[in-house]
Write a new protein. Structure first.
Length: 581
């Protein structure tokens, strides 16, 4: 099972880069320290030059014209401190950004590895492409939080710590009073961000519904247009767009209002403390430069406070992103006991023996009710049956995409679970009824399961009746097909998939209505051309076409969850219980 995402888990991953983290934190602390004397410098100048001239330290008072030197010296000090803060801030932000990008990379690879092994049916049910795209943006959100929000908040917290120390040194009573208002701010921002999180979730949900509907409409534009449902569908989507607009407006308005409110509250607090400081200067011996320094520190607190107030909202958003990612991580992975046992790959001529196979989809009626059959090595077996009778499901069971509830499938005499799934799928090639094209050239798509050279590819495309079509393509095998490339007809895609399977080294070939989009004449020519190649391997053909079924050694009829029809073919080894692989 894939490990779920959690705050302690993220922290553990960050802590793995201990050295970088320590350097980044060290830089943040230095930023706080270096910024600290800045607000005190100008009030000190006022003290030295205006209020009590001549009280500056001896080393700053060379004989004659000292004031002329003091001003540029202070300016230089201020400039150097600002430069140091800039450099340290850059270093700290870079270090954090580096850490977050590493973490994003680790999360992305973990996410991709999980998707690679998720059960096919669970992935399709969960929404395939949609959850993949959402997963990547959620991981980015986590990375940005760690790289930007958290790093800024860290600098802010350390700056506030330094300011607190400076204020305490200036006047303990005022400092305590100032820092007593902190909890109030934190409670306010946590409460506000809870409200934002809810609004943000609604905004994201509305935007996701719109994206899903739009990508569905774009993918099935043809279906919508030919059924004249396009207009109604798009009008319904406009309602979704309006809802996305409203929820987005609500979120933006609430978050801006809260931010403005908190700035006003902060300013009122600053006013209060300024009045208090003047009062202390009048009645409790606070000097004027100390009072000015205090004012400067109060203003210096504004940005760190705002940075810290972003933190709870960030925590909630990251929590929501982690919850969504965990939904994907909760998708069941394909059990692969063969991989755990380091089992060897199947070899030699392939034969299959299915006994007492029963299967039903979750919540569905029994689909396969204890069926048994054998496909001997080198045989060509046909399966037919009404639509929805479970033919494709049976093939998914043979490839380990699904697990039977009862019964057993043996390959070369050994249970399927004996083999690693990757080896099994190299050994058994399946051509589905609706094969897909991956983005790439024609050559890439035909060579998905083999390393065939161009001559072999061209020969196979000729067998698959694609020769004249290929000749019409100016770029030949280099023609880009699939997403972003040339569109192909259903029959062309089917024939490319058949060519790919025949070029693969698989010992067992399975065709699931793989010629359903071809006209009878082309199909017959294709079957004639590839029949000698099929005879070199073991083949299962699911089809309704009599022209193909007539050429099989046996044809089973799947109906009512059971196989009927042809006499059962027996693998010779079965009779002697030989389990030679
Ligand atoms: N992933 C799935 N989840 C639930 N039911 C499914 C799934 N795939 C297929 N079915 C149902 O199982 C039945 C058999 O489907 P299938 O094996 O594709 O039939 P066939 O290939 O014989 O036309 C159908 O009723 C179909 O609705
Ligand atoms: Mg089917």
């Amino acid at each position: 099972m894939t490990e779920r995402l959690s705050w302690p888990g993220l922290l553990r991953q960050l802590v793995r880069a201990r050295r970088h983290l320590a350097l980044a934190n060290g830089a943040a602390f230095l930023v706080g320290l270096v910024s600290l004397p800045m607000p005190a410098l100008i009030p000190k100048l006022v003290d030295w030059l205006l209020l009590r001239p001549g009280t500056q330290p001896a080393w700053l008072a060379p004989a004659g014209g000292w004031a002329a030197l003091l001003l540029p010296a202070c300016l230089l000090a201020l400039l150097s401190m600002r430069l140091a803060v800039l450099v340290l801030n850059r270093f700290q932000a870079d270090a954090f950004m580096g850490l977050s990008k590493d973490l994003v990379f680790q999360l992305r690879t973990g996410f991709m590895r999980h998707l690679e092994h998720v059960r096919l049916h669970a992935l399709e049910r969960a929404g395939g492409a949609m959850i993949a795209a959402r997963g990547i943006s959620d991981i980015d959100l986590i990375g940005n939080f760690l790289g930007a929000t958290l790093s800024r908040a860290l600098v802010a917290a350390l700056s506030l710590l330094c300011i607190a120390a400076a204020l305490l040194w200036l006047n303990a009573w005022l400092a305590v009073a100032i820092f007593l208002i902190y909890p109030g701010f934190i409670v306010f921002s946590v409460r506000a961000s809870r409200q934002f999180t809810e609004l943000k979730m609604r905004e994201m949900q509305a935007s996701e519904e719109l994206t899903q509907a739009l990508s569905n409409a774009a993918e099935h534009a043809r279906t919508l247009r030919v059924t004249s449902r396009s207009q109604a569908y798009f009008r319904a989507m406009e309602a979704l767009a309006a809802s996305a607009r409203d929820t987005s407006r609500q979120f933006a308005s609430a978050s801006t209002a809260a931010m403005q409110k908190s700035i006003v509250i902060f300013n009122v607090c600053v006013d209060l403390f300024q009045v208090a400081a003047v009062g202390m200067a009048c009645y409790f011996g606070l000097s004027v430069p100390e009072m000015l320094t205090m004012f400067a520190y109060l203003w210096l607190m504004l940005n760190p406070m705002l940075d810290l107030m972003q933190l709870p909202g960030g925590f909630f958003s990251v929590g929501a992103a982690m919850a969504r990612l965990n939904e994907v991580f909760a998708l069941e992975r394909e059990p692969d006991p063969g991989r755990a046992n380091g089992a060897g790959a199947p070899s030699g001529a392939g034969w299959l023996c299915v006994s007492g196979l029963a299967f039903s989809y979750p919540g569905g009626a029994p689909l396969l009710a204890g069926l048994s059959f054998t496909v001997p090595a080198g045989a060509l077996v046909g399966i037919r049956g009404p639509s929805g009778s479970g033919k494709s499901t049976l093939l998914d069971l043979l490839l380990g995409f699904l697990c039977p509830h009862r019964g057993e499938i043996r390959l070369n005499g050994l249970p399927l679970s004996h083999f690693q799934l990757a080896d099994l799928r190299r050994y058994i090639a399946l051509v589905p009824q609706k094969p897909g094209l991956l983005a790439g050239t024609l050559r890439d798509n035909v060579r998905l399961a083999s390393a065939a050279d161009d001559a072999a590819i061209l020969r196979m495309l000729r067998h698959c009746q694609l020769e004249s079509w290929l000749a019409s393509l100016p770029q030949g095998l280099d023609t880009v097909v699939g997403p972003g490339g040339q569109a192909l007809s259903g029959g062309q895609v089917q024939r490319l998939a058949i060519a790919g399977a025949l070029l693969s080294p698989a010992s067992i070939l399975i065709f699931d209505e793989a010629t359903s989009a071809l006209d009878l004449e082309t199909e017959e020519r294709l079957v004639d051309a590839i029949m000698p190649l099929l005879r070199e391997r073991t083949t299962i053909v699911v089809s309704h076409r009599l022209s193909i079924l007539a050429a099989t050694d046996a044809t089973y009829e799947l109906n009512g969850g059971r196989l009927q029809g042809s006499p059962t073919l027996m693998q010779p080894q079965l009779l002697t219980q030989d389990t030679d692989v």
